[in-house]
Write a protein that binds this ligand. Sequence first.
Ligand code: NI
Length: 182
Amino acid sequence: MFKKLDILDERDKRLRLISREVTFPISKEYKSLIQRAIDHLTYSQIEEYEKKYNLRPGMGLAFPQLGINERIIIIVNEVDDGVFENYVVINPQIVSNSAEMVAVEAGEGCLSVNREVPGQVLRYARVTIEGFDEDGNKIRVRAREDLSVAFQHEIDHLNGILFFDRIDPNKRFYSDIEIRLI
Ligand code: NI
């Protein structure tokens, strides 16, 4: 049975805390919450379920958005029509990044931000992330384009940063001459 997650709204102060490093082994409760986050994000990207369960589409979540200030992120990336790749990274760190920056043309969204915020966020076009899987095994992920943006957005949540903090109020939008828009 699918049960929608309770996701904190941007006004909740817990979203502004620096989250703790996770110690292994992780609890059954955390594992089940991770699975629920994967289901929630997957369903939110499938029109039929999005409507049925009244979900906002989203590709990523971080544990602080569930009221738990621990360093766990979950990303569900649609790589092809109806084909999804899941990433669960615990204690994630960006170990290298491209010099090239990009911005999502339409601006970023966040499941904790229930309003339109006009503006674009500069992000690395490519990042390499290191961290651990649910069983404590070391993992490394290379991400580019949308997936790279998603990783940077979710890791920001672990440091109490919301995407609109990174929008320059004096320059909310860029042209594709200034930055590559994706
Ligand atoms: Ni977010």
